[in-house]
Design a protein around this ligand. Structure first.
Ligand SMILES: [Zn+2]
Length: 237
């Protein structure tokens, strides 16, 4: 595991060379917010960070409920001594409950990937503009229909889950990077991801944090470039 501090957050990385996974710990004045918990191996490191900072983990946000972002949920919640509020979008909670069907008002390809059955259930369904501590929820559909991102406006940090990947080469989810094809293999709709990356480019951020790969600083010029590449790949009906 690797723990890196940047700006107001920590990136914790499970350093598997085939399938590295990030979760993030966001530091508030008196508490911590954990973002994603992809394997139970993260628990020890999140809790020791909590101990070192002398701040409890009181919030857990799921950017989307694919296995590599929620598999450690039950283990973490049973190990954490503090009551915790858990946040997800209402749309993606269906995936966490095992239903990967499109809803009546949705069109597009099949939803991909898999989740895990958890005993710990999210107790808050969030939508655009909701605040979780100092983080603001931005709805960023594409990788899954109900994926969310988190924006810290004062420190200009944006955490996007798997809307983009950095591992294997920066790309919009759905635009395959062969050195790390797994994000695309789990992506619902490339065209939705493209629309959503266009949306996030309207926000002001200097740090881009995703589920797989390093934190990108000053990411906008690179994002503009991969957006062009992704648009050339759209083949969906
Ligand atoms: Zn992922």
């Amino acid at each position: 595991m690797r723990v890196l501090k940047k700006s107001s957050f920590y990136q914790i990385t499970f350093m598997n060379h085939l399938f590295p996974i990030n979760c993030y710990v966001y530091e508030e004045e008196d508490s911590l917010t954990l973002i994603d918990i992809g394997t139970k191996r993260f628990t020890k490191h999140v809790l020791s960070l909590s101990k070192n900072l002398n701040k409890p983990v009181t919030r857990l946000v799921l950017t989307h409920p694919h296995r590599d972002h929620v598999a450690g949920l039950d283990y973490f919640c049973s190990s954490n001594q503090n009551p915790i509020d858990t946040f997800i979008t209402k749309r993606d909670n269906y995936l966490l409950e095992g239903c990967f069907d499109l809803l009546d008002n949705e069109t597009g390809p099949k939803i991909k990937g898999s989740s895990v059955k958890t005993s710990h259930k999210p107790n808050h369904f969030v939508s655009e503009g909701d605040k979780i501590g100092s983080l603001e929820v931005i709805m960023t559909p594409g990788h899954t229909p109900g994926s969310l991102s988190l924006l810290d406006r004062s420190n200009k940090v944006l955490i996007v889950g798997d809307l983009v990947q950095v591992q294997g080469g920066l790309s919009v989810a759905g635009d395959t990077r062969w050195l790390f094809p797994f994000v695309t293999m789990g992506t619902w709709s490339l065209s939705k991801c493209i629309e959503t990356v266009e949306k996030i480019l309207n926000y002001d951020f200097d740090y881009l944090c995703c589920g797989h790969g390093d934190v990108l600083e000053n990411p906008k010029p690179q994002l503009e470039r991969v957006l062009v590449r992704a648009k050339s790949k759209v083949r969906e009906v």
